[in-house]
Design a protein. Structure first.
Length: 498
């Protein structure tokens, strides 16, 4: 496949197989627990607050969600710390807040039906990192679930390294960037605990400078062709690390897959059938073919040398029509059509985030994996519009091929969107998932029309929509109006009415 510029023609939202079945508000995993709110009386330079144990019994997973994985029934969400850093805090209030800093992982249950409020989340407390040693920007940068071993793999990305001398008494030791293997089997005696991990090697002094700090800011993925191997990437020259999940220590392979000279965050995913490698770079997408000859190196040397892709990256230029740029939050998910009823081509889902900060236009697209042609857009209802203070667009995706489940998490809105695709094997008597199926019974009937009527707001709605009503919104305008009614009628007719 030669390098070619991506098509940027208008896209149609319905030209993909996914139906929005649930919208989950993740507020509770980012809220202070009762009694664990910031104490406004203690001196943060002398030691921990008196209610720290209460806070850590039910800690926040961060201030915002940054990574997601799913097995079709559950989802896991990793957190991002977007708060103060103790060593650079300008006020005593900011110093106090760093004692309540935390980054970790929570399991979300009942993802097809829960709204998020009152949901029995499972916090994987063994995965948490706590302040005041956390830096603004520390995060769970990636999650990947192995169905066979029921293991969740996570990457923690440390963005700053500090001398313990400058930390207040009682601070937790600072953890370096690392990959962790976590027991995600509810029937296991070690459920939620870390099984093993692979930390990066820090300098002998124990304190890394910004130029020597090794970061895992690109996520992690289980090798679909060899589940004893996981992949992660690090910054700089575009190195892909592979680890043996049964062995401690350093990476088995350390190979360069990146062509252009950038330290882009490079989220990535793999084709579950071929094992080909797709990753984000400079807000674009590129592909490296798998080494089908086998051996220790998972990708063919010839493909690494020629480096085929969808962009004109011979000159490191174009970026899939998104607009070139280097920023974290560029998500990617590979969608295999091998078992889908309503898709014939493999696709790649990606979002545009050409720069840091806010004021970015909303742009999530499916691309055909064979040639990079734009196939469709994915519209998340009620996401904030672009403005100087909104439109952050840090978004992560995970697609679970066996169940046809697509999980999408938004950093800014703190919402988890669950989509389902109808499977071709085994073929259902009728499609299980439909647009506008308010009652979730596999049909679009008068009962669903009653739901549309309940949600109807008219155009230019400023009051927002409930989580259930967001499933009835056919576009991005966060209202239920005649446009949505007409889209409903089209589906109702196609489904044969009640």
């Amino acid at each position: 496949m030669g390098a070619a510029a991506l098509a940027v023609s208008p896209v149609v939202a319905d030209d993909h197989p996914f139906k929005l079945v649930n919208v989950i508000d993740l507020f509770e995993v980012f809220a202070f627990p009762p009694g664990g709110e910031i104490d406004a009386t203690f001196d943060p330079t002398l030691g921990p607050p008196p209610n720290l144990a209460v806070y850590r019994a039910t800690p926040r997973i961060g201030t915002n969600p940054s990574a997601v994985a799913t097995d079709g029934e559950r989802a896991w969400v990793g957190g991002f710390w977007n708060g103060a850093t103790y060593i650079s805090a300008g006020t005593v209030e900011q110093q106090r807040s760093t004692w309540y800093a935390s980054v970790g992982i929570a399991e979300v249950l009942n993802i097809e039906t829960t709204s998020g409020f009152g949901n029995p989340y499972v916090r994987y407390v063994d995965t948490y990192q706590y302040g005041p040693q956390l830096s603004n920007g520390d995060w769970i940068s990636g999650l990947s679930y192995d169905d066979v071993t029921k293991t969740l793999y996570a990457t923690f990305d440390e963005t700053g390294d500090y001398d313990p001398f400058f930390m207040p008494p009682g601070s937790d030791p600072q953890a370096p960037s690392h990959v962790a293997a976590i027991d995600a089997d509810p029937m296991s005696g070690t459920y939620g605990e870390r099984r093993s991990g692979w930390p990066v090697n820090e300098p002998p002094s124990g304190v890394a400078s910004p130029t020597t700090l090794t970061r895992f800011h690109a996520g992690v993925a289980v090798d679909p062709l060899d589940p004893t191997r996981i992949f992660t990437m690090t910054q700089g020259s575009g190195r892909l690390y592979s680890y043996d999940v049964n062995a401690p220590g350093g990476p088995v392979n350390n190979i360069i897959v990146f062509q252009c000279g950038s330290s882009s965050y490079r989220r990535f995913d793999l084709d579950p059938v071929t094992g080909d490698f797709y990753y984000r770079t400079e807000n674009g997408i590129q592909k490296v073919f798998r080494n089908l000859a086998g051996g220790a190196t998972p990708f063919a040397a010839a493909s690494l040398a020629s480096f085929v892709g969808w962009n004109n990256f011979a000159t490191c230029a174009d970026a899939n029509g998104f607009g070139k740029g280097n920023a974290q939050g560029q998500g990617i998910a590979f969608v295999s059509a091998v078992n889908l009823a309503d898709a014939t081509d493999d696709m790649v889902l990606a979002n545009s985030r050409p720069a840091t900060g806010s004021n970015h236009a909303y742009d999530l697209r499916f691309f055909r994996a064979s040639d990079g042609t734009t196939v469709a857009s994915l519209e998340l209802p009620c996401e904030p519009s672009a403005s100087p203070t909104t439109g952050n667009r840090i978004i992560d995706f995970d697609y679970h091929s066996p169940s046809g489940t697509l999980a999408v998490v938004s950093f800014e809105s703190r919402k988890l969107y669950i989509y389902k695709a109808n499977l071709a094997s085994p073929p259902p008597a009728t499609p299980v998932y439909r647009d506008f199926d308010f009652t979730r019974n596999g049909r679009v009937s008068l009962a669903d029309f009653a739901g549309l009527q309940t949600c109807y707001t008219g155009s230019e709605n400023v009051g927002g929509l409930s989580l259930n009503c967001q499933r009835m919104n056919s576009d991005l305008d966060c209202d239920i109006d005649f446009v949505d009614f007409q889209a409903f009628v089209d589906v109702y007719d196609a489904a044969g009415g009640p």
